[in-house]
Design a protein around this ligand. Structure first.
Ligand code: SF4
Length: 541
């Protein structure tokens, strides 16, 4: 493909003079900054109710404050995409709370739990970007929810929309004994300087950031729009490598290294340079080509670095070390030692499904056994920090009594599922409950299987649960069963691994939801019988 600048038709890049909106989304953003909807929610919509909401706010700008209309219950997946929004939209909202770096204090977790019980019919899932997601939110309650969140330093600002979304970070930042560096100060700096700023509230599309000094690479930097990864240069100084242009969904791509070394104190400015390139040069004509990965794919890492240095930073960055080979498994489930001699205890709710009552109980345990500090992970799991060594087993037992396992089966440990048809308007199939049932059944049928294996379940062709990089990725769609009827099912991707390979889509490899467990069992049994010693699922497929 020729570089964007040589193409005949403009891609809507602001830096090349295309300032006029080329589609409806761009028009909505130009008409009014998404951030301005906050005032209207407080002053008008929460008082006058759902029917008073301007449609451009309802299905557009509300996202800038973390609000999406949820799917009306009872509409089957076959109708997804064919019904107008008004028929698909419920009068309730999904609300996403951003938890940058996944770091929560005791009072913050308790507030999140209380809001779930009071305003969200108890719902509260942990997402694979470390957020907490509520459902059943009424617009009337949003100001009170914001007030409660903001009182403990939390926010829903830019949790969705064409904005800099939550910054993910290693949940053990500042804790893990073997970390390269603690990225928390950089996460805080970027948040404080740029989140909620009109400077970056009109991007071509969403922008996902990861900042981490974790040796396990748990923030999956390869699939973020920009990622800062802890490294040590030749002089023994700790800093960051920078990766740009990763993303899944359609046209999945792994991020490319810019080959630079960035000192921690310079990182926020480099982040600003990268997001500014995206804002100015990103493609705004077609939504499905608007993520930064398409620009990076067209330009290449060398040109991207050149533009960053010359046009945005005004100086060259030093070269950094070569990126490390991708790590096959990256989580923090289980018990581990902290830098201060205490221990962390990571546990696995099933596919991120939690609720307000349970979060309250987790807050109780975190206070009773630790300091109250809790973390969310980028794999839909959680961690309690600061537990004395002689109390870890008692905490593991107490969590186990809540079905939050510290030593889960491989299936429970690595499974993830997106929101699915229960609440998501784009979904074609059920995901959370399906995945939970699958995990339970595999635990019964294959109790001795202990190899690492990721099973990720999506309700549609998007990539919210990262199916393309799972060992077994399940993409929800309608399939034809043995009677010739259209039923819920999945297309199967096999052998994906973050940073190394995308799962192979074998033509025709599909299963109905009813046959899903049998299918997965067969594949896992075959792998277990045929694998060589130490051979991963991705290598075996
Ligand atoms: Fe919704 Fe599809 Fe994302 Fe699942 S993958 S949450 S169904 S958009």
């Amino acid at each position: 493909m020729p570089p964007a600048t040589q193409r005949k038709r403009g891609e809507g890049q602001w830096a090349l003079g295309y300032r006029e909106p080329l589609n409806k989304n761009e028009e909505t953003k130009k008409n009014d900054d998404g951030l301005n909807v906050r005032r209207r929610i407080i002053d008008i919509y929460s008082k006058a109710g759902f029917d008073s909401i301007d449609p451009a706010d309802l299905r557009g700008r509300f996202r800038w404050l973390g609000l999406y209309t949820q799917r009306k219950p009872g509409i089957d997946g076959g109708k997804t995409g064919s019904l107008p929004d008004e028929e698909l939209d419920d009068r309730y909202f999904m609300l996403r709370v951003r938890i940058d770096g996944g770091q929560l204090s005791g009072p913050q977790l308790r507030t999140i739990a209380d809001i779930a019980v009071k305003y969200a019919r108890g719902t509260a899932d942990v997402t694979d970007r470390q957020n907490i997601q509520y459902h059943w939110i009424r617009v009337e309650d949003v100001p009170a929810i914001w007030e409660a969140l903001e009182a403990v330093g939390l926010s829903t600002m830019e949790a969705c929309g064409d904005t800099p979304r939550v910054i993910i970070g290693c949940p053990l930042a500042g804790i893990a004994e073997d970390e390269v560096l603690d990225a928390s100060p950089q996460i805080t700096e970027v948040y404080d300087r740029f989140i909620g700023s009109p400077e970056f509230s009109n991007l071509p599309r969403k922008f996902k950031t990861a900042f981490s000094g974790c040796t396990a690479h748990c923030t999956v930097h390869e699939i973020n729009d920009v990622a800062f990864v802890g490294t040590v240069n030749e002089a023994g100084e700790a800093g960051y490598q920078v990766f740009v242009g990763g993303g899944l969904s359609t046209n999945p791509m792994f991020a490319q290294s810019l080959g630079v070394f960035v000192r921690p104190e310079e990182a926020a400015d480099v982040w600003k340079g990268v997001i500014s390139i995206f804002r100015d040069y990103g493609y705004r004509r077609l939504r499905h080509r608007a993520r930064i990965k398409f620009l990076v794919a067209d330009w290449g890492a060398a040109r991207f670095r050149d533009v960053l240095e010359k046009e945005y930073l005004g100086r060259a960055l030093p070269d950094g070390p070569e990126p490390a080979a991708p790590l096959p498994r990256r989580d923090h489930v289980g018990i581990g030692r902290q830098q201060d001699g205490n221990f962390y205890v990571g546990f696995a709710p099933r596919v991120g499904r939690l609720n307000g009552e349970l979060l309250g109980q987790i807050a109780d345990l975190a206070e009773e056994y630790g300091s109250g500090r809790v973390r969310t992970t980028a794999e839909q799991k959680m961690i309690i920090l600061d537990v004395p060594g002689d109390r870890t087993e008692a905490l593991a037992d107490a969590l186990g009594a809540l079905d939050l396992q510290v030593r889960p089966s491989t299936f429970r440990r690595h499974a993830m599922a997106c929101t699915g048809i229960e609440y998501c308007k784009l979904a074609i199939v059920e995901t959370k409950q399906r995945a939970m049932d699958l995990v339970d059944e595999l635990e019964k049928r294959l109790p001795d299987f202990d190899q690492p294996l990721t099973i990720n379940v999506n309700g549609c062709p998007n990539a919210c649960a990262r199916i393309q990089v799972a060992d077994i990725g399940l993409k929800g769609q309608l399939v034809v069963d043995e009677n010739g009827d259209q039923v819920e099912g999945f297309q199967i991707h096999l052998g994906g691994q973050v940073g190394a390979s995308f799962g192979k889509k074998v033509r025709g490899l599909k299963t109905t939801s009813a046959d899903l467990t049998d299918y997965v069992e067969r594949v896992v049994r075959r792998y277990d019988e045929q694998r060589a010693e130490g051979e991963s699922f991705a290598d075996w497929t």
